[in-house]
Design a binder for this molecule. Structure first.
Ligand code: ZN
Length: 186
């Protein structure tokens, strides 16, 4: 562990009007990602449109003590059309959090010229040369499945919930639950 260079990680989500909600303050970066993803997986009922994870240096004098690690933007999914498609960073990664869809796009970690995308519900993966092309592939996947009249094999609710449970930890879940409760109360 490096001493004298401590950071905390803060996931924040934002409404169209710019109202920010802090989801927590974490000493481990991994925890801030877990909380953000747990939130996104359940954000369909909120009016949140964007978010970011910011790292803050602590015991730091001056304005340069913070920087944004990643940002998140909400969009319509090219496959299921739900507004549950979250794009990370500058189109580096995207994922649909709608339980029965799960469409995703990711830059290949070993080859920056290559992009991968997939639609787990239909068990399809494809590759592309750019984010935009990967996005187009997802649209094509949907069109093909429709024209073929294929019944897409959706994961069962239990399988979906099992996967989600692995993704989050109980304390973080409680935190997200309480934030969501506050946001959906009128
Ligand atoms: Zn989707």
């Amino acid at each position: 562990m490096e001493e004298g260079h401590k950071q905390v990680f803060v996931p924040i989500v934002t409404t169209p009007g710019g109202k920010e909600t802090i989801l927590g303050v974490f000493s481990k970066e991994e925890d801030s990602w877990d909380v953000m993803r747990a939130f996104l997986s359940r954000a369909a009922g909120t009016d949140i449109v964007s978010g970011n994870i910011t790292a803050w240096e602590i015991d730091f004098v001056g304005e340069e003590g913070q920087f944004v690690l990643s940002s998140f933007d909400r969009n319509h999914c090219p496959v299921c059309d739900e507004r549950t498609f979250w794009v990370e960073g500058d189109e580096e990664k995207a994922r649909c959090y709608y339980p029965r869809c799960g469409a995703w796009i990711e830059q290949n970690p070993y080859d920056s010229e290559r992009w991968d995308c997939g639609w787990p519900a239909a068990n399809w993966d494809k590759r592309a040369d750019s984010y935009k092309q990967a996005f187009q592939r997802l649209i094509e996947m949907r069109a093909q499945s429709k024209s073929a009249g294929n019944q897409i094999r959706m994961p069962s609710r239990e399988a979906w919930l099992g996967e989600r449970d692995r993704e989050r930890r109980s304390i973080q879940k409680m935190k997200v639950d309480s934030v969501l409760d506050e946001m959906t109360e009128d």
